[in-house]
Design a protein around this ligand. Structure first.
Ligand SMILES: NC(=O)c1ccc[n+]([C@@H]2O[C@H](COP(=O)([O-])OP(=O)(O)OC[C@H]3O[C@@H](n4cnc5c(N)ncnc54)[C@H](O)[C@@H]3O)[C@@H](O)[C@H]2O)c1
Length: 104
C-alpha cells in the first residue's frame, strides 16, 4: 500500500484525493491545510483518518511515502524541496516553482 499525504485541501486538493481514492493500492492517510477547518472538512468528506496540524507533521511521518503538494504556487518550491529532502516522493501541482532558478 502506498500512503499519501495531501498538503493543501482547497479546490484541487479535493480533486487529487477523489482521484487517489479510485486507485487500488493507494491510501490517503493524512491531510493538512493552512486553514484547519478546510483540512477537517476535507478529511471528513473523504474519510481521511489524520488531519495534521502542520504540513511538517506529514513530512516527518515515516509511514507516508508520497506527498501531493496542492498549495498555492508561491509555496510550491519550499514545501516540495523540504519533502524531497525528507525522502518523500512528490506530486507537485503546477507550476513546479515560481522561477526557473527555484525549479533548478
Ligand atoms: N492541474 C490543474 O488542472 C489545476 C487546477 C486548479 C489549480 N491547480 C493548481 O493547484 C494549486 C492550488 O490551487 P487551488 O485552486 O486548489 O487553490 P485553493 O486556494 O482552492 O487551495 C489552496 C489551499 O492551500 C492552502 N494553503 C496555503 N498555503 C498553505 C501552506 N503553506 N500549507 C498548507 N496549506 C496551505 C490554502 O489554505 C488553500 O486551502 C495551484 O498551484 C494551482 O495552480 C491546478
Amino acid at each position: 500500500m502506498i500512503n499519501v499525504g495531501v498538503i493543501g485541501t482547497g479546490y484541487i486538493g479535493g480533486v487529487h484525493i477523489d482521484a487517489l481514492k479510485r486507485i487500488g493500492g493507494v491510501n490517503v492517510s493524512a491531510v493538512n491545510d493552512a486553514n484547519p477547518d478546510f483540512a477537517a472538512e476535507t478529511a471528513a468528506r473523504f474519510n481521511v483518518p489524520v488531519v495534521a496540524k502542520e504540513y511538517r507533521d506529514i513530512l516527518n511521518d515515516p509511514s507516508i511515502d508520497v506527498i501531493h503538494n496542492c498549495t498555492p504556487n508561491k509555496v510550491h518550491c519550499s514545501i516540495t524541496k523540504e519533502a524531497l529532502e525528507k525522502g518523500k516522493q512528490v506530486m507537485s501541482e503546477k507550476p513546479l516553482a515560481m522561477t526557473l532558478a527555484e525549479a533548478e
